[in-house]
Design a protein around this ligand. Sequence first.
Ligand code: ADP
Ligand code: TYD
Length: 255
Amino acid sequence: MSGRWPIQQQSNLLPNPALKLRTILRSMTPTHSAPSASAQRGLFITFEGIDGAGKSSHIQGLHDAFVAAGRTVVTTREPGGTPLAEKLRTLFLHEPMDALTESLLVFAGRRDHLQQVIEPALVRGDVVLCDRFTDATFAYQGSGRGFDLGVLSNLERMVQSDPSLGADFVRQPDLTVWFDLPTEVAAERLAHARVPDRFESQPQAFFAQVAAGYAARAAAQPGRFARIDSNQPRPDVWQAVRAAVARRGWLAVEA
Ligand SMILES: Nc1ncnc2c1ncn2[C@@H]1O[C@H](COP(=O)(O)OP(=O)(O)O)[C@@H](O)[C@H]1O
Ligand SMILES: Cc1cn([C@H]2C[C@H](O)[C@@H](COP(=O)(O)OP(=O)(O)O)O2)c(=O)[nH]c1=O
């Protein structure tokens, strides 16, 4: 990932956990823009794809584009996004565990993240840009690790519910930008990028299953997903990302 998440990028370089936590909390502080003329609806946009698909720089690009358009933006990530969830993230990425434990940990962190960060930001009318969310759990724990999709659906309903928003309300992203890239290209990019964590060190066959998991989620909810062909030069990927957001009327089409 890019430097947007110093805690992760420098996890082998910064041994002081307090320093790392301060860094991540600073990066989660909303970026305020000039006040807009009227209150706007909050937007929840998530970014997904196999490891190495190239999400990071485009999340930063969208952040900048929304701020330039007068929005207040909260950039966050999963696993993580709150002090509690960041602690769970460290365990999740580095300790061996079975797929049920993985699922319970990410959903526990997600509950805290929704309550502390995402829902309050959406109530304020902010734009929330979240690097991974529940589609990753279906893709990695469900499709990749073979964990029961029915159990994941139950957890999704329980964790993402909010009775104050309606008895049947289950929070879902307004848009999921899915960076789709052949596994061999992602592996090649990652080989030059960073020290792999527990997931990034999985074989390509694992990522083929994860990719199939994303494809299944996208097929089930086509209106929510924008598939981006990430196997092209970075400026072209950016144009596709920006166009997907502009098509929904949330940003102007770039000249
Ligand atoms: N379009 C692209 N073409 C070539 N390399 C890219 C492209 N996009 C990203 N990369 C490189 O691939 C690696 C993984 O990108 P990154 O954004 O960290 O992926 P992700 O956040 O999806 O895991 C990085 O080294 C990055 O510089
Ligand atoms: C949110 C989430 C992430 N993951 C995995 C995907 C990534 O391999 C890892 C997050 O690590 P991270 O290094 O942030 O990956 P990336 O830069 O590609 O976003 O956790 C799951 O397995 N399940 C989940 O629910």
